[in-house]
Structure formats: C-alpha cells, structure tokens
Design a protein around this ligand. Structure first.
Ligand code: ACO
Length: 383
C-alpha cells in the first residue's frame, strides 16, 4: 500500500538522502575527510583554537588577530549565568542526568533572552544569541559539575582560553598545557558534522520559525541518545565493566557481538574509512594515558579496536577514544556528552543561521503502510 500522494520512500533512516545545500561542513565518508568551510579538520586541529573555529563556522572565514580578540572577548562576556538560573540549578535533583539538566537549563535560559523582541530569523540578534549560548552552555555544564557536589560554581578565569575555562570549571583546577590543548582539540573535533541527527533536529525546529533556544533544546535532546553523542559515556561504561569483570578485551567483545550487542564508539552512517576525528583522539588518549601513568585504558581501547576490525570490519568513531581521553583527565563519565554539546553548540548555531537565512518548512512524508477503509464500531460493541 502506498501513501495517498505519489511519493517515493527514502532509504530507512534517511540514509544518503541529501536535503539541500549547505556551505558549512563536508564529510567524505569514502576518504575519511572532514572539512569546515573549506578547511581540512587536520589543518584546523593543528593550527587553530576552538574560538577561531567557532568564528569560522559562524562567519565563514578565519578571523584576523583583531577580529579574534574581539570575538573571544564577546564569548568571555557571556560566561556568567543569570542568578535565577543558578538558583534553579541548585534546586534540581543532585542525581539528575547531566544531559537532562543541560536541556532544562538551556530551555530556562530563553526566559532571560535580551533579544526576545527581535524576530527569530534576525541574523544580527542570532549572532548575539549564539555567542551568549556558547558561553552559557559551558557555564551550565561547569556549574552543574560543582553544584551536584554541593559546591558553588567555579568563576571563569578571563586569562584562560575557552578550553581552559571548560576544564577549570569542570574540575575546579587550572589545566596544564597538555590538558588545555587536549580539551581545545576535542572541542574543535566535535564542533560540526554536517547533518548529524542533532543538527538535523535543530534545523527542523528552526524551520518552523521557532527560536534558537527551542532549536538548541531539540538538538540537546537528540544528542543525548547512545546512538549519537551518548556513545562516549557508554564507551567508558563498557571499559569499566570490562575491568570490573576482569575480562580481556578480545573475548569480551567477541562474546558481546555473539550476543548481538552493539559496541559503542564503533561504526558510522557516513564514514567507511577512518573517522579523521578518531585519529587525533587516539593519539591524545595515548599521550594523556602515559602522562597520568594509566596507559591501560588506551591499551584496552587499542585491543578492542583490533578485535572490532577483525570481527566486523568496523572502525572507531569520534566517541571511542574521547572516552579514555576524558577519563584519564578525571572528567566524570556522565559529563562526556554534555562536553560534546558544549562544542557542538557552535555547529548547531552555524546551521541555524544558515537555516533562518534560507528557510523553508521541513516537512517530509511517510509511506503509509497501515490499513484503510475500516469502519467505526460503536464503542460498546468493540471487542
Ligand atoms: N557494534 C556492532 N555492530 C554494529 C555496530 C556496532 N557499533 N555498528 C554497526 N553495526 C552493524 C549492525 O549491527 C548492522 O549489522 P547487520 O547488517 O548484520 O544487522 C550493520 O553493522 C549496519 O549497522 P546499522 O546500525 O544499520 O548502521 P547505521 O548507519 O544505521 O548506524 C550507528 C550507525 C548508529 C553509528 C551504528 O554504527 C551504531 O549503533 N554504533 C554504535 C553507537 C555509536 O558509537 N554512536 C556514535 C556515532 S558517532 C556520533 O553520532 C557522534
């Protein structure tokens, strides 16, 4: 049975469906290439900072020194949260899932939007909103890391970079060079990824002319699932489970695969070659594991990678080595996905700016395969 209109069903999960043009990010799954605004991710991660990449995503070009100074200052000026939101955070249950906290807190932020009176598609107002959200999303995650332990949020240090402040507010101590660089690189690597599920959700919401806050809340909810951003936390839980059970990675993975279990951090809808983000995270996991004299997490991960290649020909995605990288730095496991959101806010905002600039309602069709021509039986006669 077909839908009443003549429409052709797309592949399950919209695989390989191209919904329209975008100037932001290109992913070449065959060659394992990722490009932001024309620049290869390897070049960006080696030669820029997260602040430069955010500017690139939103404005389309890399900033000059003067433009970067002004932009970084704008983001810095958005590091604080409205006091009413901090009070709300203090009332949330201390054991709440941090992604639920983040979704709720960003939604609350919309009450305090100073641009509330501007049209939702006003680019200048949206650039201000995006800068505020970029600073505030990091502030929320940092504040929650402290508040749930019964502590006051750590005040941002204006002398630190964005990445440095992320680390400082999460862990309450200033980062050394290697940690700051690792967080900065992780933020760059997670910043955007074309029409991944959360970005698509954000664009669908914005296409109804709902505001940026509504779209970001949709995106955060979508990112939280284990098939998307939630995978990084799930990877670490798997490594910890393996250690607790005293199991070797090879047999553990083979047994899990035999039980039809999905191994988190492997496989990708688009990449069939190595995910270029995993290349950097693998190196960081090794480097930091050595620094902290806890190389076992990297070594276990390497053996899992070898087993997955041999058994399923599946490669690690961005979430696999980020787990051990964050773990050895002492970042709590359930904050990995919120940290992903802190970075991806930049990509979501870039896509929202693009969506509002060329908007058309996103409203696909379903292929109706249910029954037809049924007649209503009076309620008391139904069985
Ligand atoms: N472990 C075991 N088998 C897997 C895995 C995995 N991680 N990934 C894919 N497969 C298998 C599937 O079981 C399926 O096998 P089958 O054809 O025999 O049934 C085949 O590979 C194709 O997998 P699909 O799930 O259909 O691929 P899809 O493109 O729909 O999904 C996804 C991609 C969701 C990333 C998938 O690979 C997965 O679930 N991975 C684990 C979760 C994960 O790491 N998510 C993060 C992705 S990156 C990101 O979002 C930031």
């Amino acid at each position: 049975m077909a839908t009443s209109a003549t429409v052709k069903a797309a592949a399950a999960g919209l695989e390989d469906v191209v919904t329209g043009p975008s100037e932001i990010t290109d992913v070449n799954g065959k060659t394992g290439q990722l490009i932001y605004r024309g620049y290869d991710i390897h070049d960006l991660v080696e030669n820029t900072t997260f602040e430069e990449v955010v500017y690139l995503l939103w404005y389309g070009t890399l900033p000059t020194r003067a433009a970067l100074d002004g932009f970084a200052e704008t983001i810095r000026s958005c590091y604080h949260l409205p006091q009413a939101l901090v009070e709300s955070l203090k009332r949330y249950p201390k054991d709440a899932d941090p992604m639920d906290v983040l979704r709720t807190a960003v939604s609350e932020l919309s009450f305090y939007d100073p641009d509330k009176q501007s049209p939702v598609d006003d680019r200048t107002a949206n650039l201000r909103r995006a800068a505020r959200l970029q600073g505030q999303i990091a502030a929320i995650v940092g504040a929650w890391a402290q508040i749930r332990q019964g502590k006051e949020p750590v005040k941002a240090d204006p002398s630190l970079s964005f990445a440095g402040n992320v680390y400082y507010r999460l862990l309450g101590k200033r980062p050394e060079k290697l940690e700051e660089r690792a967080i900065d690189a992780a933020l760059i690597l997670h910043a955007d990824h074309e029409l991944n599920a959360s970005t698509f959700a954000a664009r669908v919401t914005a296409a109804t002319l709902a505001d940026m806050y509504a779209a970001i809340v949709s995106a955060i909810g979508t990112l939280s699932g284990p098939l998307h951003g939630g995978a990084n936390t799930a990877v670490m839980e798997m490594l910890l489970e393996m250690k607790k059970e005293g199991e070797e990675p090879g047999p553990f993975i083979k047994k899990a695969l035999a039980g039809k279990r999905k191994i988190m951090g492997f496989g990708h809808r688009v990449y069939k070659a190595e995910d270029p983000r995993a290349t950097h995270l693998r190196r960081m996991s090794e480097e930091l594991g050595n620094k902290y004299k806890t190389p076992q997490w990297f070594e276990m991960s390497r053996r899992i990678e070898e087993t997955m290649k041999a058994e399923k020909n599946l490669l690690p995605n961005v979430d696999f080595y980020s787990a051990s990288t964050y773990y050895v730095m002492g970042i709590p496991t359930d904050l990995y996905t919120p940290l992903f959101a802190v970075s991806r806010l930049s990509g979501w905002a870039a896509h929202l700016l693009e969506q509002y600039a060329h908007n058309r309602l996103i409203r696909p069709r379903a292929e109706y395969v249910g029954p037809r021509e049924l007649r209503v039986t009076p309620i008391d006669q139904r069985r």
